[in-house]
Design a protein around this ligand. Sequence first.
Ligand SMILES: Nc1ncnc2c1ncn2[C@@H]1O[C@H](COP(=O)(O)OP(=O)(O)O)[C@@H](O)[C@H]1O
Ligand SMILES: [Mg+2]
Length: 246
Amino acid sequence: MELIVLFVGPGGSGKTVMAINLGILMGRMGYNTLLVDGDIYLPDMTEYLDMGAVRVTLHTLLKDPLVEPEAALYKLREYGVSVLPGSKELGQVVGAHTSLLIHVFEELSKEYALTFVDTPSGLPMDLLELYEIATHQVVVLDVERAGRGELPYTIHDQLEKYLFLDREERMEHGVILNNVQKVDPALIEDYIEETFEVPVLGVVPYDPHVPESVSLRRPLIVEFPHSDAAIAIKDAGKVIERWLFG
Ligand SMILES: Nc1ncnc2c1ncn2[C@@H]1O[C@H](COP(=O)(O)OP(=O)(O)O)[C@@H](O)[C@H]1O
Ligand SMILES: [Mg+2]
C-alpha cells in the first residue's frame, strides 16, 4: 500500500524543514518519494528547494479537475524526489476546491511508495479530508517555545488535538521534537510515550545551520550533512523507515 504521511505542527515548529529533509533521505534510501506542499495559503517549498517559478501547481489541480495531476509534478534529480508545489499567487489560491484534494492525492500517491505532505501551521482544517486517506501523521513540536514549567501542558494540549483529527483512529502517529536546546528531551519523550503511547521518532537540536540552509535554498542534509541537526534528522530517518515499513 502507498503511504501518505502528514507533517503537522504549530507555526514555525519545523514542518517544512522536516518534510523536505526526511523526504530526500527516504528518496536516497531508494523509496520513490513525493513531496507535497500542502501549506495551501503560504506555500514555501519552491523557495526552500530553489525551484524558481512554477506554473502548474496543486492549486491548478484543485481548480481544474481536467488538468492531468502529473502536469503539476516536478522531478528534482539532484535530490531524488518529486515535488507537487503550491502556488504563491493569491488569484490561484482563491477558488481552489479543497474537495478535490482526495481525488488528487489518490491519483498521485499511487505512483509513489511514499507521499510526504507538508501542511499549514496550526490545525490543518483545510486539509481535513486528507485524514480519510493518510496513513501516518508526524507531529513536529518546538520544545523550546513553551515556558519550561508549562511544557507538559502545552505538549499535551497540542498532541491531543492532532491525534483527535484521526477520528476513526486508523492512522499511525509519531512525534519529532525540534529546536531542542535547554530542555531535557528524555523527560518529554517519556512523557509523550507514556501519556499518548505515541513514539518519539526524532530529537533534533537547535542548529544555526538550519536557517542558513533555508536562506541558501538548499536542503540541510545536502548542504551541511555533518551538522548536528542533519545528523539528528538522519537518525530520525532510520527510525522513520522502520516505523513506516517495519
Ligand atoms: N532545528 C532547528 N534549528 C534552528 N532553526 C530551525 C530548526 N528547525 C527549523 N528552524 C528554523 O525555523 C524556521 C521555521 O521552520 P519551518 O520548517 O519553515 O517551520 P514550519 O514549516 O513548521 O512553519 C525556519 O527558518 C528554519 O530555518
Ligand atoms: Mg511550513
